[in-house]
Design a protein around this ligand. Structure first.
Ligand code: MN
Ligand code: MN
Length: 472
C-alpha cells in the first residue's frame, strides 16, 4: 500500500514537471558568476542615475557615452554600411541611437524604447515669493506623484534658464557635498489634527508643494520683500539672471541624494528616477555594446514626456521617431512605411513589483516579483484593457523564444488586479506605427516615490534581454 502511493506520487510529480509552468526564482537560478556580473553592471547603472537626474542630463550622458563608443550624428544625406553607428539628439531631451544591420532597413529594425523623464516638481514660471520672512519657490508637479512623499526630504534644483538676451545658463545645485539643498515643509504632528482629517490624496496638496529657499533679509531697513531681494541678489551674482528670466526657464526639483545599494546583501538599488532610467540604461548599454554589425538594424530610443502622456515634440506621440526611420529607409532606398511594418519593438518600461506589505492591489498569479527576472508584460491599460497595446500571441511567442535561447531569466506580470487602477507606457504609440510591440522591464518597489527600489539581478537580466533581442 505504502509503495503504491509512492509510485502514484512520483507519476504526479513527473506530470507536474512536464505540464506545469516553472516559477522563476533567481535566488536559485542565477549562477554565482552571473550575480557577480550583475553587481558590477549596477555600478555603472548607479553612476548613470547620479549623472542624469533629469531628461536633459540623462540625454547628455547618453550622447557622451554614445560618442565614446564610436556613434556619430546621423546625416540623412550620407550613405551607411553595416556596422555603422549613428545617433540623433532631439532638442537635448531625447535620443535615438542606431547600429546599421547587415540587412539594412529593408528587413525592419529591432527597436528598444525607454523613457528618461521621471516624476518631479517643476518650478512655476513665476515661482519666487516671500511670506513672513521666508522665501519660497512655487512648483507644479510633473507626472503621477503621491504628494505627501515629497516634503521633508532634501531637494536639488536642476535645469536651464534662458536670459532675456537668449544666453543659456545651466543650473545644478544641491548635488555636491558642499552645496545647500532645498526642502518642502510639513506641519508638526502636535498641530496636525486638521491635516489628519484630509483624505490621503489631499494630505499634502499641490499648492502646498512650496520649496523653502531662504530666510535672511537684504541688509536695508526700508526694503519690503527683503528676503526675496536677498535671494534675487544671490541668483543674479551666481547666474546673472533677473526675476523675469524664470519665464524662459525649465527648473526641476529632484531628490538631492545619490543612488545606494539597499540591503545587507546589497542585492537592490535604491534611487530616485529608476522609472524609467533602469530600462534606459540597460537598453542603452545593450546597443553601445554591439560588436560588428547585427543582422537587423538595432535602434534604441530614449524618450521624454512619458510621465505626462508622451505629448509634446520630445515625447513619442510626436513624429520624431517615425521621421528617423523614414530618413534611415531613404538612405537605403526603402520606403519608411515598409521599414516600420517589418520592425519589432520592446517597449522598455518598469512594472510594479509585488509588495508583501501592500499585497492587496496585486493578483499573485499574474504579478511580477523583484529578483525573479525581467518582466514581459503583454498589455497594460485600465478598465478592460483600455489605452493599451496588447501584444499578439505570435509576437510574444517570438520574444519568448529569443529570451529562452539566450538564457534570460524572465517572468510575466500584469500591473495589479483588474479594475484596481492601471497605467500605460509608450508601447501603444509605437504599435500605432504598425510595429509589433510588447512591454518589457524591471519590477520596481515604491514606484514613483522619491526613492525607488529595483533588484540588481533583474537589472542585469533586462540588459541581457535587450542584447539578445538585438541579436535575435
Ligand atoms: Mn515608466
Ligand atoms: Mn512612470
Amino acid at each position: 500500500m505504502a509503495k503504491r502511493e509512492k509510485e502514484k506520487k512520483s507519476e504526479a510529480n513527473e506530470l507536474k514537471e512536464k505540464l506545469f509552468m516553472k516559477r522563476k526564482n533567481t535566488g536559485l537560478e542565477m549562477t554565482e558568476s552571473e550575480t557577480a556580473k550583475a553587481d558590477k553592471f549596477c555600478e555603472g547603472y548607479k553612476s548613470f542615475l547620479d549623472t542624469g537626474k533629469t531628461e536633459r542630463e540623462a540625454c547628455a550622458e547618453a550622447v557622451r557615452l554614445a560618442e565614446k563608443a564610436g556613434f556619430v550624428p546621423f546625416d540623412k544625406t550620407a550613405s551607411y554600411k553595416a556596422g555603422d553607428k549613428v545617433y540623433v539628439c532631439n532638442r537635448g531631451k531625447a535620443i535615438i541611437l542606431a547600429v546599421i544591420g547587415k540587412e539594412p532597413a529593408a528587413d525592419g529594425v529591432r527597436l528598444a524604447a525607454a523613457h528618461i523623464d521621471s516624476p518631479r516638481l517643476d518650478l512655476k514660471q513665476n515661482p519666487l515669493y516671500e511670506n513672513e520672512g521666508l522665501a519660497f519657490f512655487k512648483t507644479h508637479y510633473y507626472g503621477g506623484i503621491k504628494k505627501y512623499q515629497w516634503p521633508v526630504i532634501p531637494l536639488a534644483l536642476h535645469g536651464v534658464i534662458y536670459k532675456a538676451d537668449g544666453e543659456r545658463v545651466d543650473v545644478k545645485i544641491g548635488e555636491d557635498a558642499e552645496d545647500p539643498v532645498f526642502v518642502i515643509t510639513d506641519i508638526l504632528p502636535h498641530l496636525a489634527d486638521e491635516q489628519y482629517k484630509r483624505p490621503a490624496p489631499k494630505l499634502i496638496q499641490g499648492e502646498e508643494l512650496n520649496i523653502l529657499i531662504g530666510s535672511r533679509p537684504f541688509r536695508d531697513d526700508n526694503a519690503s520683500e527683503a528676503v526675496k531681494l536677498n535671494i534675487m541678489c544671490i541668483l543674479n551674482e551666481k547666474y546673472g539672471i533677473t526675476e523675469s528670466d524664470f519665464i524662459s526657464a525649465e527648473l526641476e526639483c529632484v531628490p538631492a541624494y545619490k543612488a545606494k545599494d539597499v540591503g545587507f546583501d546589497r542585492s537592490m538599488v535604491g534611487a530616485y528616477g529608476q522609472d524609467d532610467r533602469v530600462c534606459a540604461y540597460t537598453a542603452l548599454s545593450a546597443i553601445l555594446g554591439i560588436k560588428g554589425a547585427p543582422d537587423r538594424t538595432a535602434v534604441t530610443v530614449l524618450t521624454d514626456k512619458e510621465e505626462i502622456g508622451s505629448e509634446g515634440c520630445t515625447g513619442l506621440c510626436s513624429a520624431y521617431l517615425k521621421y528617423f526611420i523614414y530618413d534611415l529607409g531613404e538612405c537605403f532606398g526603402v520606403n519608411g512605411r515598409d521599414v516600420l511594418s517589418r520592425s519589432k519593438c520592446l517597449s522598455a518600461d518598469v512594472n510594479a513589483g509585488y509588495d508583501p506589505t501592500f499585497s492587496e492591489p496585486f493578483e499573485k498569479l499574474n504579478a511580477s516579483y523583484c529578483g525573479r527576472g525581467v518582466v514581459l508584460t503583454k498589455y497594460t491599460g485600465a478598465r478592460g484593457k483600455s489605452g493599451t497595446n496588447d501584444a499578439s500571441a505570435e509576437y510574444v511567442s517570438e520574444v519568448r523564444r529569443v529570451f529562452d535561447a539566450a538564457g534570460v531569466i524572465w517572468q510575466t506580470g500584469e500591473l495589479g488586479k483588474v479594475d484596481h487602477g492601471g497605467g500605460g507606457t509608450v508601447a501603444m504609440y509605437i504599435a500605432n506605427l504598425d510595429v509589433d510591440t510588447v512591454d518589457l522591464g524591471v519590477p520596481v518597489l515604491s514606484m514613483h516615490a522619491p526613492f525607488e527600489l529595483t533588484a540588481k539581478n533583474d537589472i542585469y537580466m533586462a540588459y541581457k534581454a535587450f542584447k539578445a533581442f538585438f541579436k535575435g
